[in-house]
Design a protein around this ligand. Structure first.
Ligand SMILES: *[C@@H]1O[C@H](CO)[C@@H](O)[C@H](O)[C@H]1NC(C)=O
Length: 633
């Protein structure tokens, strides 16, 4: 126990130093002097309607700056499909620009390439793709207002708008070709504390001389070949303006505007509500269980004193000579537990660090990078726990055990991930992991995680074998027929439903932020929900384990693991339900579905391991406690 605790402390410190020191440039404030160049970066474009983000360069917008020093993405950003480039917008700190030409695009619809470029942009408008620009790590947001008239920030801005109001049923594409940037800055030394954008569609007059005006009231249409009234050739002029507005927002709270999303406050209440119910219910279950157990133990120990007949024995005491009999497939179970421990600790340490504000909330790349680093370092915990368990089960093939622990879960997840990437590569989506990052991942896994796992296993095997409180008989006891609700599948399904019920409101927000690109930031809440989840999971597992033992079924090792991990099954059902909601909002097509379910499968697969160990360790602790407290002759 002490080993695990000190390991966690050590890992959180090293990973926070690693993540903090090397990977999060956004943590330190950048100071600008008057007139310093300010870089605007563009990221991939995405849409809530599809699973395919595309790089900026996939579209025929204004060309990007040939910049040797492109901002480098961290590993998490690469995995998540972020691609950063520098825009050609030239701006200097605290120098306002009113109307400046960015570039001009000529289109000739008779030419194939030109017509295709227009079609791609038109399609992006159709599917409501969003630009993602940022300055000094701060994303540009459109400011809107909610029902109560409060300011709300929407990150990103639309490529354009489809105008269906024309009579003849023809779509007209209104292209946003004027970007009005507004950057909030502090007093000297200037720091950037806000970034908002307004986009307009302006049909620019032919530029006369150098002067261009952004005053035209007519929108700029994007003409495609399929439109009847399209001119054969036309120009699109992109323009921008930049305003630096003094602001009193301190640098430390510059994210707050983005996170003040009213929508979530409304749901806060319902989350709290469900949490209260869950806490109350599980407290009750726990108390009843404790009381019954105390009674049982008192009775068992009393019958012993009175030296009554052996037939008086009943309930879970009957299993004392079998309860610690090693399970079948002990190897697989210890591998599952090792992998589960690694994931579980990664999850908790990452959320803890996120709660402490180590990861900038709007950029999920940092969180993912941090989680990956922590996961890799935790290879040591996986090896250790798997080895100790395997040794306790009396296993002898320790080499196989170590290798399987190091390669089983990452290997299988990697294969699925790779298949998904083939689809993404095929669509040329920016979500496809670049080959370099793929090798980085492989390197981290084989070069760091696996060796650490071997080290952990070495220490695990060197420790003395875990002693059981009661001895195991040579001959296994016959198990009587079980009632229906204690048969494997029903009891597994029961084990997952309550914990799942405890968290499914929060799940809605997590899935929304994954698939609809909302910012997820309520890590404090997530931690709370996770703790509640662990509590309910272990309580339900212990309860089921108690029922099993009472009806003299001592095969609890696998049952405890699987009863908790069945929440992964409910999670998958929930994903299907959520897909129904998404696809009703035009998120459809075979490829979208394929990707969606591919990612969902990976997530549920990981959750399977993470939740399994909760039930496993809870029951392990529980059986050791109860059998340790009765007297057996
Ligand atoms: C830039 O424009 C903003 C808003 O119009 C104004 O408050 C600010 O003073 C201007 N800055 C300069 C340096 O003129």
């Amino acid at each position: 126990m002490r080993f695990i605790v000190s390991l966690i402390v050590l890992l959180s410190i090293t990973s926070s130093i690693l993540v903090n020191g090397f990977m999060i440039p956004g943590m330190a404030a950048t100071n600008y002097n008057e007139g310093d160049p300010v870089l605007i970066t563009v990221n991939r474009l995405d849409s809530p309607d599809t699973a395919f983000p595309f790089e900026y360069g996939h579209f025929d917008f204004c060309p990007l700056e040939e910049y040797d020093n492109d901002p480098s993405e961290n590993l998490g950003e690469k995995v998540f499909g972020d691609r950063l480039h520098v825009s050609t917008i030239k701006t200097k700190m605290n120098v306002n620009i009113t109307c400046q030409q960015l570039c001009t695009k000529h289109y000739n619809l008779k030419e194939e390439a030109s017509a295709k470029a227009v079609d791609i942009i038109a399609q992006a408008i159709d599917q409501e793709y969003l630009h993602h620009w940022s300055v000094d790590e701060l994303p540009f947001a459109e400011v809107g207002s909610d029902d109560d008239g409060n300011e709300e920030y929407y990150i990103g801005f639309h490529v354009g708008l489809r105008d269906d109001t024309g009579q003849d049923g023809v779509h007209r594409y209104v292209l946003n070709n004027h970007y009005a940037l507004r950057i909030d800055i502090t007093e000297e030394p200037h720091r950037i504390v806000g970034a908002t954008i307004e986009v307009f569609s302006i049909e620019h007059k032919e530029a006369e001389g150098d002067e261009i005006s952004c005053d035209s009231p007519n929108p700029q249409h994007l003409f495609t070949r399929s439109q009847k009234d399209s001119p054969e050739t036309y120009d699109i002029i992109y323009t921008y303006s930049v305003e630096y507005v003094p602001s009193s927002t301190p640098w430390a709270t510059r994210w707050d505007h983005y996170l003040k999303v009213k929508r979530n406050e409304v749901h806060l209440f319902s989350i709290i509500n469900s949490l209260v119910i869950v806490v109350f219910l599980s407290a009750m279950v726990g108390m009843i269980l404790l009381k019954t157990l105390h009674k049982d133990i008192a009775r068992y120990n009393k019958t012993d004193i009175n030296l009554e007949e052996a037939e008086e024995e009943f309930g879970w005491k009957l299993c004392h000579a079998d309860v610690f009999r090693p399970p079948s497939k002990a190897m697989l179970l210890s591998v599952f537990v090792g992998n589960g421990v690694q994931l579980f600790l990664m999850f908790f340490i990452s959320i803890l660090l996120a709660c402490m504000g180590i990861f900038a909330p709007v950029n999920r790349g940092y969180l993912i990078t941090g989680a990956l680093v922590i996961y890799v370092l935790l290879g040591i915990a996986a090896g250790y726990s798997s080895a100790r368990l395997y040794k306790m089960f009396g296993g002898e093939k320790w080499k196989t055990n170590v290798l399987m622990t190091a390669f089983f879960l990452p290997g299988t997840a990697f294969v699925v991930f790779f298949i998904l990437n083939i689809v993404l590569w095929h669509r040329e989506s920016s979500n496809a992991i670049p080959v370099g990052a793929l090798f980085e991942l492989l390197g981290l896994w084989i070069g760091v995680s696996a060796p650490l796992c071997f080290v952990g296993a070495y220490f695990g095997f060197r420790r003395p074998t875990i002693d059981h409180p009661v001895r195991t008989n040579q001959i296994p006891r016959q198990i009587p027929p079980q009632p229906l609700y204690l048969k494997p599948i029903p009891s597994m399904l029961m084990g997952g439903i309550l914990p799942f019920g405890a968290i499914f409101i929060e799940l809605y927000f997590i899935l929304d932020s994954l698939w609809s690109h909302w910012v997820y930031y309520m890590f404090g809440f997530l931690l709370l929900v996770a703790v509640i989840f662990v509590l309910t999971c272990s309580e339900v597992a212990v309860l089921l384990c108690y029922f099993h033992l009472c009806s003299e079924d001592y095969h609890w090792w696998w049952q405890s693991f699987l009863s908790s991990s069945s929440s992964a099954f409910y999670l998958f059902l929930y994903h299907i339900f959520y897909f129904g909601r998404l696809s009703s909002q035009r998120f459809n097509g075979f490829e979208n579905g394929f990707l969606y379910f591919g990612y969902s499968l990976i997530i549920c697969y990981l959750v399977f391991f993470m939740t399994g160990i909760i039930g496993f360790y809870a029951c392990f602790y529980f059986t050791r406690k109860i059998y340790g407290s009765i007297k057996v002759d």
